[in-house]
Design a protein around this ligand. Structure first.
Ligand SMILES: [Zn+2]
Length: 306
């Protein structure tokens, strides 16, 4: 049996084919175009199947892990943030290409949670938190992924964490978690703290190439240290909300911001979390999977066909 896992990201599309179990025999990526994402994805599937020595119609089942928000009725992404396409049709075109109805569409972080749970089968309750351009979570509870209406559970980047609402979010809301801790928003948050609290800095805050990486590279700079401390605070509040809601045994943190700065991100949360949780603080660790979305999508495709 052959399975297909897909990763629909705001900047990159990924595909993986597994023929025995869930270890991929072929993978491929392509940049996410601003328009025509569906066509680019179908070409990528063709190419990945070809590299595995298969035709698309040899695939028994597929799972798509995608940026949200998802529209399950249409099998599509409805109004993605970083792509010009208003709707990205996924399930229908994939079913046609693979000539099967065994295609499921999950939020990408849900696939990450499925991958982490697969890697540690003794854990029944787990949160996979991704700290990347944005913030999101996948949740496995009682051994099953939490999907929610239209499979949109886990959009926790839009949890309100700051009642003062100092930072506005890309979604239009105020005080949302990812407005403070999403990689795309960190430069803006640094500029806000610089102005609001008059903190000295040698960071070039107004340079067009100023990014989150510059903040993490400037340890010892008063403003960089303040941003890291506040990010730790907001991350702790967001995670505490998840811990109280889900009662996970483990919170596995992935995404580029966490992977590139593991201790800078995780240590402040470990220190603060016990003060914010009514329940015992869960094991907080870096996610283990290198390709959490593709791995989780392959696991889900496999299980869908079981
Ligand atoms: Zn938001």
């Amino acid at each position: 049996m052959s399975y297909l896992g897909l990763d629909i990201g705001g900047t990159t599309l990924g595909a993986a084919v597994a023929t025995d179990g869930v270890d991929p025999v072929a993978t491929a990526t392509a940049p996410t175009p601003q328009t025509g994402v569906t066509k680019r994805l179908c070409d990528l599937v063709d190419r990945t199947c070809g590299a595995a020595g298969l035709a698309p119609t040899d695939i028994a089942a597929a799972c798509i892990g995608s940026v949200g928000p998802l529209d399950q009725k249409r099998g599509a992404v409805a109004g993605p943030a970083n792509v010009a396409d208003e709707t990205i049709d996924l399930v229908g075109p994939l079913c046609a290409l693979l000539e099967t109805d065994a295609v499921v569409l999950y939020n990408d972080a849900t696939c990450g949670a499925i991958a982490e749970a697969h890697a540690d089968p003794t854990t029944e309750n787990l949160v996979y938190l991704t700290l990347s351009t944005g913030v999101g979570a996948g949740i496995v509870v009682d051994g099953s992924p939490l999907l929610g209406d239209s499979h949109n559970a886990g959009e926790v980047g839009h949890l309100p964490v700051d009642p003062a609402g100092a930072m506005s979010c890309g979604c239009g809301g105020e005080g949302h978690w990812e407005a403070y801790c999403g990689g795309a928003n960190l430069p803006r948050y640094a500029r806000h703290l610089h102005e609001a609290e008059a903190v000295e800095t040698r960071l070039h805050l107004t340079a067009p190439e100023f990014t989150a990486a510059d903040i993490f590279a400037a340890a010892g700079d008063p403003l960089a240290d303040l941003v890291v401390e506040r990010v730790g605070y907001w991350n702790t509040l967001g995670i505490a909300t998840l811990v109280q809601t889900v009662a996970p045994e483990c919170v596995a943190v992935g995404g580029a911001i966490a992977r590139n700065n593991p201790e800078t991100i995780l240590e402040p949360i470990r220190e603060r979390l016990p003060e914010q949780t009514f329940l015992d603080a869960p094991d907080l660790r870096l996610a283990t999977c290198e390709e959490p979305v593709l791995t989780g999508a392959l696991v889900a495709a496999h299980e869908h066909n079981a």
